[in-house]
Design a protein around this ligand. Structure first.
Ligand code: COA
Length: 187
């Protein structure tokens, strides 16, 4: 049976597996790209804010996650210092990609200081668990008094675009590369 619980250190490998496999077998990244994804879109959250990360658990194994940074400025300061400098070691032009990956979250940081990533293994998708992960995170951030939360996804990621619309996120901006959605948490 699946359930949602707080991230624990023992989930690290499972979370990495989900990060590489949530888009299905045709989209599994090559080794270097996989390391780049973990460095840019995953490890900050589980290493610096595990208290703001939740996993979807099936019999002790992480099969999905929502990982969050509650304050953009704090995230940016640590990301730029510890994670961004490693980007180019994972392939050409990766620094450029990583250095522009969070521009939209920065644009909206006053009203939406928190941001997250959510991913679920294909065999656990479309069972309502993505919605439950988002609700769990929003309830947690509300308790902490965080004003709002945002995220970006690719505008051609139809699954994700529909998911955020269904779960009452507001489309804040959209261009060729990114759609940015937000949700207010406190008034
Ligand atoms: C996006 C994702 C987190 C959604 O989680 P989920 O558990 O599948 O979503 P839920 O079951 O809670 O919500 C289902 C809703 O999401 C949207 N959705 C999910 N999968 C979809 C699909 N394959 N096609 C179209 N819409 C889809 C629909 O609005 C759907 O509602 P419906 O079933 O009434 O049509 C999950 O599909 C996923 O991990 N995808 C791969 C990685 C990814 O794109 N992550 C987000 C990057 S920003």
């Amino acid at each position: 049976m699946v359930s949602i619980r707080k991230y624990e250190e023992k989930d690290r490998e499972g979370v990495h597996f989900v990060n590489h496999n949530s888009d299905g077998p045709e989209e599994v990244p090559d080794y270097q790209t996989g390391l780049f994804y973990l460095n840019t879109f995953c490890n900050y959250y589980i290493e610096h804010e595990p208290e703001n990360c939740f996993v979807l658990d099936d019999d002790g194994r992480a099969v999905g996650y929502i990982i969050c940074a509650e304050n953009f400025d704090r995230f940016k300061e640590i990301f730029d210092r510890e994670y961004l400098p490693r980007s180019d070691s994972y392939g050409e032009d990766r620094y450029e990609w990583a250095s522009t990956a969070y521009l939209r979250q920065e644009d909206f940081k006053e009203e939406y200081p928190a941001h997250f990533h959510v991913d679920i293994l294909p065999e656990y998708q479309r069972m309502g668990m993505g919605g439950k992960l988002v609700d769990t995170l929003c309830a947690h951030l509300k308790q902490k008094g965080v004003k709002g939360v945002c995220l970006t996804c690719g505008p051609r990621n139809e699954r994700a675009m529909k998911f955020y619309e269904k779960h009452k996120f507001t489309l804040l901006s959209i261009d060729h590369d990114d759609a940015c959605f937000g949700k207010k948490i406190t008034d």
